[in-house]
Design a protein around this ligand. Structure first.
Ligand SMILES: [Zn+2]
Length: 172
């Protein structure tokens, strides 16, 4: 018996080594000690940590240096509730062996976090479909190299109260 396997590339099945992300190779791991260090430090604890104006409390962008409202440059990073809704979504077709492990299209989402921030992310587990606009998502993490990065849980919506807390999540 022969199987039809003429040109099939090995596809990530999710059963690979625990330190391998489903989407990208470890060479694309972000620098956890850069300007987004508080985000990555929080993610390592299972927390979604995002920047706010330290004076007026406005949610600011990840790389923003001064508040749009009051002009303060004091940025306060705080853990927020890990829930949001899909603001925009697209399917990316990018075949780039050595950088992109997925061999098919993958979703990229612009998520409006309940805290007021907008974050661009993909999904925690492999997906070849984009969710609908407005779909609620819970925000978890992928691990690229040794760096945890925010990613969306699709499928049935999980209320934040059912998500593992940072205390219980470290044991996985
Ligand atoms: Zn402000």
């Amino acid at each position: 018996m022969t199987s039809a396997s003429t040109s099939a590339a090995p596809e990530p099945t999710g059963a690979g080594p625990a330190d391998e992300d489903w989407l990208v190779t470890t060479s694309l791991a972000p620098h956890a000690d850069g300007s987004l260090a508080p985000l990555y430090a929080g993610a390592a604890r299972g927390e979604l940590t995002l920047p706010f104006c330290g004076e007026c409390g406005l949610a600011v962008e990840l790389e923003q240096r001064a508040c749009d409202s009051c002009g303060s440059t004091y940025i306060d990073w705080r853990a927020v509730e890990r829930v949001g809704v899909v603001h925009a979504a697209t399917l990316v077709h990018r075949r780039e062996p050595g950088l992109i492990r997925a061999t098919g299209p993958y979703p990229v989402l612009d998520v409006e976090v309940a805290s007021g921030h907008r974050l661009v992310m993909t999904t925690v587990t492999a997906s070849d479909a984009a969710p609908v606009i407005g779909q609620p998502v819970a925000i978890g993490f992928r691990t690229v190299g040794e760096v945890a990065v925010p990613a969306a849980h699709l499928g049935p919506f999980l209320p934040a109260s059912s998500l593992p807390t940072s205390e219980t999540e470290v044991s996985t």
